[in-house]
Ligand binder design. Structure first.
Ligand SMILES: C[S@@+](CC[C@H](N)C(=O)[O-])C[C@H]1O[C@@H](n2cnc3c(N)ncnc32)[C@H](O)[C@@H]1O
Length: 192
């Protein structure tokens, strides 16, 4: 992690006017969440998804390296009467421990080399919820660096040892603007 990267994110979170939206992959698949257990919003930003996970009754953890983002999340959680365990953590240097979560959500954060550690961090039966931008686009939103965008079917490949419960990829084949244009969404579970 470089200081300039961290400062860039601190600044973005400081200037953001609202909390952001929960991840579409979560909003569209609430029915696939377990009734109880530990959930992690990895690289959570201001934590709109973490708040929704907590609202669903899960013991929710939210990690990000931006203290500005986490402070905003903590304030919002307190205002809504929700408990979210925040941790200021470089998730690349310190990924989650083996078999420590029932749900791991990753939204708009792509660090390919973490995939094996995220799989290992799921408890048996645990689920990963993942969404981020694809290279193939209709709207053309998201980062301009191709490396930061997914190849076709890449989430399926990165998490191929898991059982796929939901997959959606809305690239150039989609001819209408939606909340998931230019995104790939995956929910996949570890066998018990
Ligand atoms: C595009 S934002 C996504 C935030 C949130 N997941 C969402 O969907 O709104 C990427 C987040 O990753 C965080 N981040 C980037 N590199 C990180 C790292 N190595 N460790 C922890 N957080 C990191 C940034 O601070 C930022 O909040």
């Amino acid at each position: 992690m470089s200081i300039s990267q961290l400062e860039k994110w601190n600044q973005r979170h400081r200037e953001a006017e609202h909390e952001g939206q929960p991840a579409q992959v979560l909003l569209r698949n609430l029915q696939l969440l377990p009734n109880a257990g530990r959930a992690l919003d990895l690289a959570c930003g201001r934590g709109a998804s973490a708040l929704l996970l907590a609202q669903q009754g899960l013991e929710t953890h939210a990690w990000d390296f931006s203290p500005v983002a986490l402070t905003r999340l903590e304030q919002l959680a307190a205002r809504r009467g929700l408990q979210v365990h925040t941790q200021c953590r470089d998730v690349v240097a310190q990924p989650p421990e083996a078999e420590s979560f029932d749900v791991i959500l990753v939204s708009f954060f792509l660090e390919r080399k973490l995939a094996p550690q995220l799989i290992a961090a799921l408890r048996p039966g645990g689920r990963i919820y993942y969404q981020t931008f694809t290279r193939e686009v209709y709207l053309g939103r998201g980062p301009s660096t191709p490396e930061w965008r997914l190849e076709k079917n890449e989430l399926l490949h990165l998490f191929r040892e898991l059982d796929v419960h939901y997959y959606r990829e809305d690239g150039s084949a989609t001819r209408v603007k939606t909340d998931i244009s230019d995104l790939a969404l995956l929910v996949a579970a570890k066998g018990v």
